[in-house]
Design a protein around this ligand. Structure first.
Ligand code: HEC
Length: 148
């Protein structure tokens, strides 16, 4: 079993889907919060990740939605462009910030990013969630350099 769910607050989804799983975190208010995060940063840059990637420095390459933001800003400000699980209704994931479903800390993001260095996790890198792959490729570059 691959440890690829670090930081995930699965309770939210479970609650929204109406399923009950023992041990799942309480979802609190299951209402979907639609946040207006339509901000077109418009930062110039290539559409492929460029290293070195540093925690406190803006990402240079990748989809326009992440360019010019730090890793932390992506997690606190962005919304996914692709669903975390295939077939998940849009009202559950669209317009939500990452932090609504995840409790990522720098440490956990580093752990996840370090997984991407392992060939066993190639499948994870290929998954479109959250932002089409270029964000995870940036995370991989960050981990390659020791998550600095
Ligand atoms: C609606 C809830 C939800 C939102 C919002 C969400 N995620 Fe996720 N995310 C998930 C779930 C569920 C998984 C686990 C998918 C799996 O195991 O295949 C996941 C997995 C991930 C992974 C691991 C993917 C992998 O296979 O390596 C990363 C990284 C991630 N999310 C980042 C983000 C980021 C960044 C955002 C915001 C732009 C975000 N998520 C928004 C639910 C969400």
């Amino acid at each position: 079993m691959k440890e690829n769910r670090a930081g995930l607050v699965i309770g939210l989804i479970v609650a929204l889907l109406g399923a009950t799983v023992t041990g799942a975190q309480e979802a609190g208010d299951p209402a979907v919060i639609i946040l207006d995060v339509e901000e077109d940063g418009g930062v110039e840059g290539p559409d492929t990740p460029v290293g070195p990637v540093r925690w406190g420095a803006p990402l240079i390459g990748g989809v326009p939605e992440i360019r010019g933001k730090t890793i932390e800003e992506v997690f606190t400000e962005n919304s996914p462009l692709f669903p975390p699980l295939e077939g998940l209704p849009e009202e559950i994931w669209k317009g939500q910030t990452c932090t609504n479903c995840h409790e990522w800390t720098r440490e956990r993001i580093c752990e996840q990013a370090t997984n991407y260095l392992n060939p066993d996790f190639a499948d994870n890198l290929a998954k479109e969630h959250p932002l089409g792959g270029t964000f995870k490729a940036n995370l991989k570059l960050w981990a390659e350099d020791g998550c600095r």
